[in-house]
Design a protein around this ligand. Structure first.
Ligand code: SF4
Length: 64
């Protein structure tokens, strides 16, 4: 099962606060159209949630 499905369903059924990690998973699941096109990594480096997207390939730039 893809990440975020359970969390989004829990939220919609109960409105009991999720963990931050669960909320991001749920949000990304919704944002990605429930991953219906099978694409998992949104590759949206402009989204501040991208480093935490459950299928992200984000690598932090080195600090100088
Ligand atoms: S990280 Fe990607 S999937 Fe998650 S909210 Fe941002 S754009 Fe949407």
């Amino acid at each position: 099962m893809v990440k975020g499905k359970v969390e989004l369903e829990q939220w919609r059924e109960s409105h009991i606060a999720l963990s931050r990690k669960g909320a991001i998973r749920a949000f990304c699941y919704d944002c990605m159209g429930e991953y219906n096109d099978k694409e998992k990594d949104c590759k949206n480096i402009n989204c501040p949630l991208y480093p935490f997207q459950p299928y992200s390939s984000y690598v932090s730039p080195k600090k100088e």
